[in-house]
Design a protein around this ligand. Structure first.
Ligand code: CP
Length: 341
């Protein structure tokens, strides 16, 4: 039997994703489960977290299981990922031993490992989680690397919840969806933007990627996937650099900031371009152009930088529902993976 990891929603069929979302909706409605009774998950955080850590730990507990949080390099040994390395540096053990040992203890392994922000050609290989997936003998779950699949599911669940409909596909197909870049003082990970692009097109929405200049387009892997999803599922994909045009008639506005990939590792050169686009903030004037759009963000969010107080506190903001849904979708994913095939 092939081991089934959850590294990317694109590896899972639409019926699989719909089933996970239906199970998550049942959990949100109060269904109880002991799917993880006597089981455990190791949660490896190479980067900080509030929502992911809390919702995974709590989700495992609510399913009758146990979660163990490890922060390699902080409260666990630093790990080497380079095959054949002469380990004379900081790392005390190689990923193969870590993944194999954890697999003897736990039933699932979650990994959060952001890019190093120096060389995108290396970061786009997603080496940390891919190494865990290669060496582990239990399912590995992405808790955000260069995509954020759990956020994707929580986002779709929140949209489904608010638009209504028998299925997420029925709720979302043909909706106008704007993924807007926003300013941030630092160049951030493209993971959530990659994820939003691929899941919105997967659900047949008419997607506009709004960003300051062509340099802020996402990696071709995700741009191409989005086009493939449009070909397979209907909907559309367009790119805009004009907020007025992009927001007009939108049903969903999803905001995220990210660094421009051509400047990866040379961020001082990117900064003047980024700083010239502070006006991409999500505000009431832009939201007024929409068709009473729902607004969301993965959080954390810097208020009055990415979105104004008025937008965050408006009834159209569903970011808190999306954050809550992290708990429900992750319970659905953990239950599904331990029940494999
Ligand atoms: N959205 C999200 O993953 O939040 P954390 O970084 O707090 O886990």
């Amino acid at each position: 039997m092939t081991l089934r990891h959850f590294l990317d929603t694109q590896d899972w069929s639409r019926p699989d994703l719909d089933a996970l979302l239906a199970q998550a909706a049942a959990f949100r409605a109060g269904e109880r489960s002991a799917a993880l009774d006597g089981r455990s998950i190791a949660l490896l955080f190479f980067n900080p977290s509030m929502r992911t850590r809390t919702s995974f730990e709590l989700g495992a507990f609510q399913l009758g299981g146990h979660a163990i949080v490890l922060q390699p390099g902080r409260d666990a040994w630093p790990i080497e990922f380079e095959a054949g390395a002469v380990m004379e540096g900081e790392a005390e053990e190689y990923v193969a031993e870590v993944a194999r040992v954890l697999s003897r203890y736990v039933d699932l392994i979650g990994v959060r490992a952001f890019p190093k922000f120096q060389d995108w050609s290396a970061d786009r290989e997603d080496r940390v989680i891919r190494a865990f997936a290669r060496h582990a003998t239990v399912p590995v779950i992405s808790m955000e690397t260069i995509t954020h699949p759990m956020q994707e599911l929580a986002h779709i669940q929140a949209l489904w919840q608010h638009f209504g409909g028998a299925t997420p596909g029925e709720a979302l197909h043909g909706r106008k969806y704007v993924l807007t870049w926003t300013w941030h003082p630092k160049p951030l990970n493209t993971a959530v933007a990659n994820s939003a692009l691929q899941i919105a097109t997967r659900y047949g929405m008419d997607v506009t990627l709004l960003c300051p200049t062509p340099e802020y387009l996402l990696d071709p892997r995700y741009m191409d996937r989005a086009r493939e999803n449009v070909a397979a599922r209907g909907g559309s994909l367009q790119v805009s650099h004009d907020p007025q045009e992009a927001y007009r008639g939108a049903h969903v506005v999803y905001a995220k900031s990210w660094g421009a990939l051509p400047y990866f590792g040379r961020w001082a050169e990117e900064k003047p371009i980024r700083d010239a686009h502070r006006h991409f903030i999500v505000d009431e004037a832009k939201m007024a152009l929409t068709d009473r759009a729902l607004f969301s963000h993965c959080l954390p969010l810097r208020r009055n930088v990415k979105a104004t107080d008025a937008v965050m506190d408006s009834p159209s903001c569903i970011a808190i529902d999306e954050a809550e849904n992290r708990l429900h979708v992750q319970k659905a994913v953990m239950a599904r993976l331990v029940a494999a095939p």
